[in-house]
Ligand binder design. Sequence first.
Ligand code: HEM
Ligand code: HEM
Ligand SMILES: *[C@@H]1O[C@H](CO)[C@@H](O)[C@H](O)[C@H]1NC(C)=O
Ligand SMILES: *[C@@H]1O[C@H](CO)[C@@H](O)[C@H](O)[C@H]1NC(C)=O
Length: 592
Amino acid sequence: MESSELAFMIWLLACVSGPVDGYPNGKVTEACSSMVPLHGHYPQLTPKHIITASETEFRPGDHIKVTLSGPDFEGFLLQARDAENLDGPTVGSFLLVEQRISQLLTCNHVKNSSVSHTHKSKKNHLEAYWIASPNAPKHVQFLATVVEKYHIFWVKIPGPIISQPNAPPLTAIPTTPKTQPTSQPVSHLIKPFNALGCGSMKFCIRNPTNCNPEAANCFFLSFKPDGHSVIIEMSGPSEGYLAFALSHDQWMGDDDAYLCVSEDHHININTAFLRGRSSPVLDSQNTLEDMSWRLADGVLQCSFRRKIHLSDNQRRYNLDANYYIFLADGEVGEGGPIYKHQRQPLISNGMCNVTGPPKDLGGSRSPQLIKIHGALMFVAWMTTVSIGVIVARFFKPVWPHSLLFGKEIWFQVHRTLMLTTVALTSIAFILPFIYRGGWSYKAGFHPYLGCTVMALAIFQPLVAGFRPSPHGPRRQLFNWVHWSAGTTARILAVVTMFLGMDLPALKLPYPWDTYTMLGFVAWHVGIDVLLEMHGYCLIHKVELIDDDRIHILQSLTSVEAEGRTFKQIVLTIYICGNIAFLITFLAAINQL
Ligand code: HEM
Ligand code: HEM
Ligand SMILES: *[C@@H]1O[C@H](CO)[C@@H](O)[C@H](O)[C@H]1NC(C)=O
Ligand SMILES: *[C@@H]1O[C@H](CO)[C@@H](O)[C@H](O)[C@H]1NC(C)=O
């Protein structure tokens, strides 16, 4: 349990980066143009705050009083923009009324062009003067982003529009600013998608590989080139969200993500850039077209079109290069914040060019090489090592007279099982290196402990190979060194396994895995203690009989024979239990 939590924390520490702490001091210049707070959550939809202006008309140089009021809020960003181009630059400048709660910002190199909060204390009212610039457009609209609490906020709340005298009426009725996915025209899908043409007309990633999104609850993602753009379809069982990301590597972070998020029986289609492992920061600028979706029987489907090259948006990757593709699903909380996917996302088997020749690929939630790594390590450090050591510790006197290939049985068993352990460890050890092409620098302590275990596992047979003769003077030293190094290796290996099985690349079901591992440790220690106690009782018994000197030899052998049977039964039971635990873990790995 503990080490698993430790693993989780290490993993979090190793992976979380990005702007997760917000801007309590109001220096929100990063949000100048999008007006989206980088809080990694979805904005609320229906504003509760109101912006008012003291005038409806203005001339260059005029001071217009602007007020923002509503329920208590912690932060805000107030701007004026051309009412006919709400995604364009800010207009004019501001003058503060209350220096204590508000400050002027330089947005896009224009001094005093925005007003924001100074700290996160609660306020329900804010005033500022807007000064019309000489080159102000005919119609100006005030916009505000209001943060009520860290993850509850509204973006670009539309305020009043004020106009210059004699200005022609606004050409278009200003709609709510075009920032949120909901404001995009979204049509419903008439028909669910199908897998027809996968591998011939379109590039598909399916899990399981025979997934037909029309029929089953399975994950499906397809890319169909169409001129200069690509039509993308995504489908899967999810009550919350479904997302895919294009990544240059097999880690999450610095990825180009596309999300279909369900909210109130409606689906928002969005893009985001994933920084590290923090919650995705949604883009305010939408680069997708022809968006449509369908939500039925717990299956979420969405479809949209994207240009292959987007010159004006460097955050989006070009679609004609090679990427690993991640497909993730998860829950959505109230108001829409995205929770982390509960399980490891599906990763495409290899890098792919979605605009290249159509392919029909599968995906896995865990790479094959890493699965083999985990499986071999379990065999080695749960089973072969445990049986080998128990035999060396308790079974030396059990088969004293029978030899196997000229050596005592316990020794042959110990040597064979231990060399097997070393061989399995060596093979398993190199697999993650092959997979990562180097050091697993985001896997926490596991690789470091793993290397220590590997080193000890090589050290053991080397020392054993040069062991002094059983009655030689340095034998005690050998026993001590061999015992300590072996025991250290086993303890470290158990910790390493605890940490390994919660790593993202091979995430066994949690907390099941931790409890089962604890169960195994308890089983092993229990048997160890039992045999230890049995050995102690045996010595005690022999000492009692010792008084009756005549019978000593006879009794010794009879007591030993009795003990031998007991030990053999315990060993058999132990091996069965051990293998049962091993099979449980191997089956869990196979399920991923
Ligand atoms: C005592 C046994 C084990 C040893 C000695 C060991 C050793 C290692 C080492 C040295 C690495 C890093 C390789 C690199 O940097 O590329 C590694 C990676 C890994 N190990 Fe183990 N391991 C053990 C058991 C396990 C188990 C039982 C599991 C899972 C059930 C596991 C899961 C992983 C995973 C998922 C990675 C890859 C991390 C990544 O790159 O994403 N390991 N292991
Ligand atoms: C990873 C490899 C190995 C580990 C972890 C390991 C571990 C152990 C442990 C813990 C014991 C002590 C049992 C006890 O009395 O409590 C032991 C005993 C012994 N091991 Fe190993 N062993 C390994 C490999 C080998 C190999 C390859 C050989 C022989 C070539 C060997 C030869 C012995 C001998 C001779 C003893 C008995 C020491 C005595 O006289 O009590 N071991 N081993
Ligand atoms: C910005 O506001 C400050 C403080 O009110 C003022 O001193 C400064 O002149 C203003 N700058 C511009 C370019 O408006
Ligand atoms: C991907 O495929 C497109 C279309 O065939 C091709 O133009 C492009 O060069 C490919 N990209 C890579 C990296 O192979």
